[in-house]
Design a protein around this ligand. Sequence first.
Ligand code: NAD
Length: 420
Amino acid sequence: MSYDIADAPEDGEVITLADEETGELDVPENPIIPIIHGDGIGTDVGPAAQTVLDAAAEATGRDIAWMRVYAGESARDKYDENLPDETVEAIREHRVAIKGPLTTPVGSGFRSLNVALRQTLDLYANVRPTYHLDGVPSPVKEPGEMDMVSFRENTEDVYAGIEWEAGTDDAEKVREFVEDEMGFDEKIHDGPVGLGLKPISEYGSKRLIRQAIEYALANDRDSVTLVHKGNIMKFTEAAFRDWGYELADEEYGEETITEDELWEEYDGEAPDDKLVVKDRIADNMLQQLLTRTTDYDVLAMPNLNGDYLSDSAGAQIGGLGIAPGINFGDGRALAEPVHGSAPKHAGQDKVNPTAMILSGREMLDYLGWSDAGDLVRDAVEEQIASGRVTYDLERQRDGATKLATSEFADEVVERIHDLA
Ligand code: NAD
């Protein structure tokens, strides 16, 4: 399609789908990639990440044709709209994109643009890699033990939750239906009550867990852990677990074994060519992130468990300034840092661009450019280890030097040139 409001590049080619079934892409050497810099500190970290990703692409013989698209504040300023259709269509057409954070008003106003984008584009897996970079301060003793990737379901559970406000006629209607027609008498206390419904479907669970297993197999990972609260919620959380095991057995029977089989048939030592599929109850999993970190590799989770677990895991490896993310759909991906728009630091050329840069690294990997992705990671790690860092890391380290966002990015670019 032609675009009126996006800044379309003059050259560059469109990424296409090579295989409908697997979602495999045909990626040219000069792909058009839409970018939303984002609100608040997005105006600082967006351009910084773009510079670093350009350097990594060029150092590996490629060229990214950026297509600047708008959402949030920048879209309101320019076009008086929060999320122009063109922005959504540009991402849909070009298949792989990257965005900075977008502000969501609390309690009122428009709904989250981040959630709207993920849902409109059916980007059903929110993927957060958590690995430690040398030199990043952490609250735990051995942050290097963590090398995990969380797959959080993005479209159902509480994200598709339906709620009825306490004291309303609708809430009373639902109460009557549940008590009188469904036979759950005396389950709900008398008096005003808020009620909620959270859907967890076989379709939604299996496609998320399939992505997690595919990722684990492609990246030579050891295990996929299904994290649920199935001891309490049997028909939603336990069902998620059961569908996971069913999927592993039916679609990946040759490549996977369960934890029971690991002990019964292999004495606890998984053969190199087998991926272990196991499950943990969510509260126990939160403990084990800290106490048995090395036992966990890829995690697959419904929406709410994934929210808590991935933030907690992110804290162990250095927190928001560092934590990258990417959302996967079928043959589509939108990279974005975990952090928000941190309005109080906006436009000061101050915050850490690492999370957005490393989200870009996930995007490069998704394109099949893992050589470029590795360059980005190595250069960022060297830079942080050198002690020349942004304020958030500088204040936690003795003898470190404080750099602006743009200075940090420029030095990472220099390192990419040196490493290439
Ligand atoms: P936030 O992540 O924006 O900021 C919380 C604090 O974390 C900041 O005050 C800052 O101290 C620190 N921080 C965050 N990013 C940093 C960076 N790159 N470098 C250094 N320090 C950093 O969270 P918030 O204040 O809860 O949310 C602000 C806005 O962002 C809200 O409107 C929220 O809805 C939105 N949000 C957007 C996304 C997204 O776009 N995906 C994600 C989370 C929050």
